[in-house]
Design a protein around this ligand. Sequence first.
Ligand code: FCB
Length: 471
Amino acid sequence: MTDYSGFDRHTFGPDFVWGTATAAYQIEGAVDRDGRSPSVWDTFSRQKGKIKTGETADIACEFYDRYESDLWLHKELGFDAFRFSLSWSRILPDGVGPSQGGRLNETGLAFYDRLIDHCLALGITPWITLYHWDLPQALENKGGWPNRSVVDWFGEFVDICTKAFGHKVRHWIILNEPLAFSVLGYFTGQHAPGRRSFRNLLPVIHHTALAQAEGGRIVRRNVPGAHVGTTFSCSPIDPFTNSARDVAAAARVDALLNRLFIEPALGLGYPDKELPFLAGITKKVAKPGDMERLAFDFDFIGLQHYFRAVVEHSYFMPYLWAAQVSPLRRSVPTITEMGWEVYPESMYRIIQQYGRYEGVKKIYITESGAAFYDTVQNGAVNDLARLEYHQNYLQQVLQAKRDGLPVAGYFAWTFLDNFEWAEGYRPRFGLVYVDFRTQKRIVKASGRWFQHLLTNPKPAAHNLNHSKKRF
Ligand code: FCB
């Protein structure tokens, strides 16, 4: 067992940010209320076979109606920051706003205004994500991310939101995991809108990277003193063997999973040396001046880290010539409900990898967490495996900080059990259990552990010994 002595919130320093992260579509529900129009996820989740459990997020956690009591609970757990996203189609039901002929839904804006005010009243700092995957269906009907106009559509949305909330919200995140929604949404089709074509891939990547930088510029322009960042899904990549072929495969996967969106933002261009197909962007997709527009001076980078990837050379995956070696095949000791390997050291390594970029000033872990099967027994959820996950991953964050890496905060994924995209409600990541039949909330042992860590002045090592007996 790792030695946690000295591990408490004070060890991380007074400025370290402790938060949870959420996303609009995964928790809000109220999908057809008060003028919200459908997003691509509403459409996708209604198509047969797209969501493993056949579910939708029509109701989800009813956060739209329950945000007040939920945030009280968040406060009770001791977290000082709450990361949430804005539903684009709740604010702009036509996707575009008044400057492009669409409606502004004041009722939608008012919801977020109340939510922000409630956070502030409780002393919780709001961190807003501008795009967490829920493109308005109205814009998908006009071509979605493969249509270059998306950069202007998104720009207007960012402009409206920052003008509405910039006087009370300082922390802005432009995109949630660009790789996930571009590749899974338009190339493999596993996520909304479920399109599958290689032809779309390069335009989607390029428009996403452009929107990321443009979004940053708009926040900077509209919000004096803004703290602006964007987030990336990321995983250290290990070759399965030391063979030259596996090592080269790992470098290609690294370019795709870790470098594709950060390098253009840092002014380094796309990683087309490792992935020659990306050269098609400069040759065929980009317009003059685009390559300069891809760069933006972000104040911070959000890393969303869950697992490492081990890869080997493979002829079955065109362009990438690589495949993941599954945790099952490697007989790893702990695998989550998502099939992800629990490997805490990868947290240190990924912070180190991104910390090496000269242009990365500050890193926040904007998501990390684990789905394990939960059971309610005598009204309690003793989720020891999730608790240990957070302890062990946080230990690595602490080590990275001690070694001088610029890591400044940790947002647990996630506050409430919720709608886990194509997986439905089955995988539970929450620190708080949600009974989706009754909407009852039960703070899990992992949530109580955070509460100890964040609100108890005594060293956490003491609390841990104590909790071990109980769980
Ligand atoms: C991330 C997503 C988040 C959630 C977690 C488990 O990729 O950003 O919405 O689904 O994974």
